[in-house]
Design a protein around this ligand. Sequence first.
Ligand SMILES: [Zn+2]
Length: 176
Amino acid sequence: MTCQLTAPWDAVLQIADVVVDGHRWATLVGMYGLTVDSSGNSCGHVDHSVSTLIRTIEPLLHSDRGDRVVVAGDMNLWPKDVSYKFDRIGLIDLIECTGNDRDQLDRCANCQGDPQCRHMWTHKNGNSPNATVQQIDFIFATEELGIELIEVRGGIADFPDAWDITDHAPVVATFS
Ligand SMILES: [Zn+2]
């Protein structure tokens, strides 16, 4: 079964099969939450674009590639505003599900001091010492890949020199 997807904006979706020993290991989707409204005009939030992009990739999840899919990227949203949208289409938040592997993120903007917080600081929001501590980068995967997950590392805690290079710290998932 073929599956043709049409991205609603340029440079917001990159999709590729990862082939290992001649077999497709998984299909990777790079996604970027664009701050545009339904008319395509620039606005201050990504609610419209991320929901639209999720709808765009849903046929992939229902195709013959749908069992092994990873979606990763800068969603420009905090976890409470985005993880449930992926949960609805059956994708697991790999940072959330490996939360026991890391400590509470101090000053997490998403969690406001909740001791249960296990997010990563992935985005440097300016140079102020009071800059927002926030995770806006994610990796989601289908259940079949979730079973093969070994660990997830990321954020400035795991990549302490990341912000010498860019304002985003990496998030890396390792599978068996
Ligand atoms: Zn948090």
